[in-house]
Design a protein around this ligand. Structure first.
Ligand SMILES: [Cu+2]
Length: 78
């Protein structure tokens, strides 16, 4: 499995995803939301199915703050 940073956007009424291969800027003293329908971490080539209720660890890498691990809960699709 690997991950990509994506942004969902609408083009001519069609929802598309843009891959941010070089990362996304996080403004100083501000926040950047990752949520369905917007910025998200896309899990690619999963080797096993994820089950609602389970969690997994994701390591986010920041240019200044370094690596930060977050616990990701798996939920039902909405
Ligand atoms: Cu995506």
């Amino acid at each position: 499995m690997f991950t990509e940073l994506h942004e969902t956007y609408s083009e001519n009424g069609v929802m598309r995803m843009r891959h941010h291969a070089d990362g996304v800027p996080v403004p100083a003293l501000a926040s950047l939301a990752f949520a369905p329908g917007g910025n998200h971490v896309m899990l690619m080539k999963l080797r096993q199915e994820l089950t609602p209720g389970q969690t997994f660890t994701l390591t986010l890498t920041f240019s200044d703050a370094g690596e930060i691990e977050v616990t990701v809960p798996v939920r039902d699709q909405q």
